[in-house]
Design a binder for this molecule. Structure first.
Ligand code: GTP
Length: 299
């Protein structure tokens, strides 16, 4: 972690914001929109975010650090237990909690459970109803009735079209305390590039495959070598069963080639230099259910 004290904390604001809510409500999309850079993965399938990812929003007067938490869910197996722990940790000690939900179907049992947890917390809280573009005529008063008193302000936005996002961004700045910046101000994230490489490869797998393969895959970067003119990355994709291997690889390697090409394109764009990705597929039997395997894979 880098600290820098160039700014006078008397008028500089800095703090931590966590975005919580049901999977697939648009947490990653919202954070990427605010930060103006793609640093957390997005996909139309739920639960693609397994980590608390920090992204940093720097302005001349603010430094706001976002923790993009996994969707809250009741643990069913070992991996989800870990995700729930990450979720709880992300709530502790943050300066602002953004409860993100989508207008359609609100309040789900899920929303009610999360809002019940929020009631007990003292941090400032914003409720954000996303996907306004899909329900522009919604009766807002009807929805607001379900919110607890712990919520300070309510916003109706579209992370897709950007509607009402500037107003939300102003509110975020307002609730952040006066404090010197926590990080060097040209940093977008304190996560190493190899973490992004891992996430982008996972995103590619979510993009090209159905249900079973993405949820059974873990990606581990084995080599990340930076040269003056390019970056070379070797990554292993761990699957749970032998039978999944031919699916991921595809006929004559056609499917895994798509994953590789997607990852190379996205990483080249992000790192602004050519990136070569080499992928290897291996099996770790039922890794999602084994404590030791989860540890080895970095969970
Ligand atoms: N129409 C519409 N779609 C949106 C909006 N915001 C996000 N989406 C879509 O909703 C899907 C889920 O978005 P994500 O940002 O991945 O959701 P998330 O909450 O981070 O999901 P998890 O990682 O599963 O927790 C994607 O297909 C987005 O493109 C919005 O304002 N309007």
């Amino acid at each position: 972690m880098f600290f820098c004290f160039m700014n006078n904390s008397a008028n500089f604001k800095s703090g931590f914001v966590t975005i919580i809510g049901k999977p697939n409500t648009g947490k990653s999309t919202l954070m990427n929109l605010i930060l103006g850079e793609k640093i957390s993965i997005t996909s139309p399938k739920p639960q693609t975010t397994r980590y608390a990812i920090k992204g940093i929003w720097n302005t001349s007067e603010h430094q706001i650090i976002f923790v993009d938490t996994p969707g809250y869910l009741k643990p069913r197996y070992e991996l989800q237990e870990k995700m729930l722990k990450i979720w709880h940790n992300a709530l502790k000690d943050v300066d602002l909690i953004i409860f993100l939900t989508q207008i359609d179907g609100f309040p789900t049992e899920y929303d009610k459970e999360v809002l019940n947890q929020l009631k007990t917390l003292k941090n400032p809280q914003l409720a954000v109803f996303n996907k306004l573009d899909l329900n522009p005529e919604v009766d807002r008063n009807e929805l607001v009735k379900y919110l607890p008193e712990s919520i300070n302000e309510v916003f109706f936005v579209s992370a897709k079209t950007g509607e009402n996002i500037p107003e939300l961004m102003e509110a975020i700045k307002y609730y952040i305390p006066f404090h010197e910046p926590y990080y060097d101000n040209d940093m977008l994230s304190d996560l190493p590039m190899r973490f992004f490489a891992q996430e982008i490869i996972r995103e590619a797998i979510f993009h090209f495959f159905e249900e079973e393969i993405p949820y059974s895959s873990a990606v581990l970067i084995e080599r990340f070598k930076e040269f003056p003119d390019k970056v070379i990355i070797d990554a292993v994709i761990w699957l749970e069963r032998e039978s999944q291997k031919p699916i991921l690889i595809g006929k004559n390697g056609s499917s895994i080639k798509k994953v590789r090409e997607y990852a190379e394109r996205e990483l080249t764009r992000f790192m602004q230099m050519p990136v070569q990705v080499h992928l290897f597929v291996k099996i770790k039997h039922k890794w999602r259910k084994k404590q030791s395997a989860l540890k080895e894979l970095g969970f």
